[in-house]
Design a protein around this ligand. Structure first.
Ligand SMILES: NC(=O)c1ccc[n+]([C@@H]2O[C@H](COP(=O)([O-])OP(=O)(O)OC[C@H]3O[C@@H](n4cnc5c(N)ncnc54)[C@H](O)[C@@H]3O)[C@@H](O)[C@H]2O)c1
Length: 302
């Protein structure tokens, strides 16, 4: 038992299973009162049930700690608001929100339907917005608070999960926007890209070589929620078992300026290749290798 989060109130979405559950348990263990949110759905988002959130609350209470369940859908404004309102009603404040809830609907882009695109964006990206929106209004008045989004290494792009990769890229931009917009109110925002053994990672079509347990992710999340991390904002951290890595901030790599008269396609064609060029895409190099392994019936290594 530690005291990284003594006196704090933390809400965790998707906290009924996998990484969210480990985060909720670790927050309680470290002294926080916890709002356990989970819509209790299948991996594709179907078949909601309130039981999974309640089961984690019982686990926390059995350990002598304090938690409340909210079984709402984070992709609705009312759901995000209820999570924050429950924290205020039960415990009088909200110090941190951790948006872990997620689903998968895998399909190649050229076959992807609206029913596969919309719920994935709604759960990951809007489901982070709804909670950040409600929490940030309270944290701004409080003059403190931590917003944590969950992204993925897949924000770099994905062969068969364009919906998921787009949502995860969006989460990073949302986190950076929150970091910029709330800095002067003492509120921080960061993103975590985990790799951990859960039902979701068991579903990916490749062998993950760098992987750990949900508890590894929970340790990083507890630290980021604590006062020890008050200066950290606008960051994206990968945690994969024993490895923690920070991602670079996006920045321009090389540039060229049109001298007089502006750009025409002809001038771009002359200037761009030799000066600005292109930045090699690391994921592209892996695609052929992965396709060959899949054709041979193996789960390619990543
Ligand atoms: N496991 C990994 O290796 C990995 C890798 C990259 C990113 N992630 C991300 O980490 C997060 C957690 O993943 P996990 O592996 O623990 O998945 P998981 O499937 O084990 O748990 C996700 C939980 O979210 C809940 N949920 C889904 N939709 C919801 C909604 N609309 N409202 C509230 N709850 C909802 C589910 O009921 C489930 O309990 C996800 O955002 C995922 O994209 C995981």
């Amino acid at each position: 038992m530690g005291n990284f989060l003594a006196g704090k109130v933390i809400a965790v979405t998707g906290a009924g299973r996998g990484i969210g559950r480990a985060v909720a348990l670790a927050c309680a263990e470290q002294g926080a009162r916890v709002i356990v949110n989970d819509y209790g759905v299948a991996i594709d988002g179907g078949g909601p049930s309130s039981e999974v959130a309640e089961a984690v609350v019982k686990e926390i209470e059995a350990a002598g700690k304090t938690a409340s369940a909210v079984a709402d859908d984070v992709s609705t404004m009312a759901g995000g608001q209820r999570i924050v309102d429950t924290a205020l009603a039960q415990y009088g404040r909200i110090d941190g929100v951790v948006c872990v809830a997620g689903i998968l609907r895998e399909r190649m882009l050229f076959n992807m339907s609206e029913e596969e695109w919309d719920p994935v964006i709604a759960t990951h990206l809007k489901g982070t917005f709804t909670v950040f929106r409600a929490a940030s209004a309270v944290m701004r008045r409080q003059g403190s608070g931590t917003l944590l989004g969950f992204t993925s290494g897949n924000h770099q792009g994905s062969v068969s999960q364009a919906n998921y990769a787009s949502a995860k890229g969006g989460v990073i931009s949302l986190v950076r926007s929150a970091a910029l917009g709330l800095h002067k109110y003492g509120v921080t925002a960061n993103a975590v890209a985990p790799v951990a053994r859960t039902r979701m990672s068991a579903n990916v079509p490749m062998e993950l070589t760098e992987i750990g347990e949900p508890e590894d992710v929970a340790a990083l999340v507890v630290y980021l929620l604590s006062d020890r991390a008050r200066e950290i904002t606008g960051q994206v951290y990968t945690v994969a078992g024993p490895k923690i890595a920070v991602w670079a901030q996006p920045r321009e790599l090389r540039s060229v300026h049109a001298d007089g008269g502006g750009w025409t396609p002809e001038r771009v064609a002359e200037a761009l290749p030799g000066s600005v060029g292109a930045d090699p895409m690391p994921m592209l190099a892996r695609v052929a290798e992965m396709a060959a392994a899949a054709d041979a019936g193996a789960r390619p290594n990543v």
